[in-house]
Design a binder for this molecule. Structure first.
Ligand code: ADE
Ligand code: ZN
Length: 330
């Protein structure tokens, strides 16, 4: 058994952020859209920093115009995840990019995404669940419309609600109405925080929004009292080390705080965020963490189980995936 052949559970992946650049380029050609400025000469995505990354991301999303595009995108993303040993994936879905937050249109996009998920389950053995996410820099009113889409479609497939985007804009509590609406519909809560904002941003996501998982959360390391609180409350960090390194938050995997969080008994999980943008995969994340911290199979197995435990899906799905983890570790 090698580390890389271990079955993996991923909790933090943006569906559009998983789009391979060649896939987006193909859609742009079909639709006669000129977005050539977002690509390097070698075909990879081109961006200079996080804020430019958000612009490039949104430009790429202009090519995703129909439910059929999301059907193809979902299959492409899951194929890559499955190739990297992922057996369960929770993916952020954005009604902003799926029919402009109209509930009727959103249902059609969601239907296409679920059809692709069913096909991937049957042909590749990977399970997908969705977390509807609002986008912070689009503002609280659009977040409310997004929350309505989430609440209307909450169920077996849509299991959570979250917030992504520019953490420097506004405050978590500006979005409380949306989080309360999602919670009332039975959705579980995660929030991006402590990526570009410091410990206070993580505290607000926990105290003001009631987040049980934090997307990234890594800057909490700057306040050890907060780290203790996160550990004591069992709040789960969806850590994306390769993303943080690619965007320059930390200079290397070795300097990344995931090792310290782990040693301080924080529930850490491992994800890719937007893998083709950051030239990463789940297999690469495992490999880089193994090299940086000398983590062995036992550590990765424990993290996969922590991840499954923190997943927002139903108990039957968890039991089924647990069997896969156990067989994969045998
Ligand atoms: N949307 C896609 N990737 C993101 C990230 N790393 N942070 C915030 N919002 C995002
Ligand atoms: Zn993210």
């Amino acid at each position: 058994m090698t580390i890389n052949s271990l079955p993996k559970v991923e909790l933090h992946l943006h569906l559009e952020g998983g789009a391979p650049p060649a896939f987006i380029k193909g859609l742009a050609k079909e639709k006669k859209l000129d977005i050539s400025g977002i690509f390097n000469e070698d075909g990879s995505y081109r961006f200079t920093d996080f804020w430019n990354f958000l612009k490039v991301y949104e430009a790429a999303c202009t090519t995703l115009q129909r439910p059929e595009d999301f059907y193809r995108l979902t299959l492409a993303v899951l194929e890559e995840s499955a190739k990297n040993g992922v057996v369960y994936s929770e993916t952020f879905l954005s009604p902003d990019f799926c029919g402009g937050r109209d509930v009727g249109a959103w249902r059609e996009y969601l239907h296409a995404i679920q059809e692709a998920a069913d096909k991937a389950q049957a042909t590749m053995g990977i399970t997908l669940k969705g977390i509807v996410t609002c986008i912070r820099h689009f503002g609280p009113e659009k977040a409310r419309q997004t929350a309505r889409c989430a609440a209307e479609t909450a169920g077996d497939f849509i299991v959570g609600f979250g917030i992504a985007g520019d953490e420097k804009i506004g405050k978590p509590k500006d979005y409380l109405w949306s989080f309360d609406a999602a919670r009332e519909a039975g959705l579980r809560i995660t929030a991006h925080a402590g990526e570009w904002g410091g410990p206070e941003s993580v505290r607000e996501a926990i105290h003001d929004l009631g987040a049980e998982r934090i997307g990234h959360g890594v800057r909490a390391i700057e306040d050890l009292a907060l780290v203790d609180e996160i550990a004591e409350k069992g709040i789960v960090l969806e850590v994306c080390p390769g993303s943080n390194v690619a965007l320059g938050i930390y200079p290397s995997f070795r300097k990344h705080p995931i090792g310290e969080f782990y040693n301080r008994d924080v529930k850490v999980t491992i994800s890719t965020d937007d893998p083709p943008f950051f030239h990463t995969t789940m297999a690469r994340e495992y490999d880089m963490l193994n090299r940086a911290f000398d983590w062995d199979e036992g550590v990765f197995d424990k993290i996969a189980r922590t991840s499954l435990d923190a997943a927002f899906c139903d108990a039957d799905t968890k039991a089924r995936i647990l069997k896969t983890l156990e067989q994969g570790h045998a």
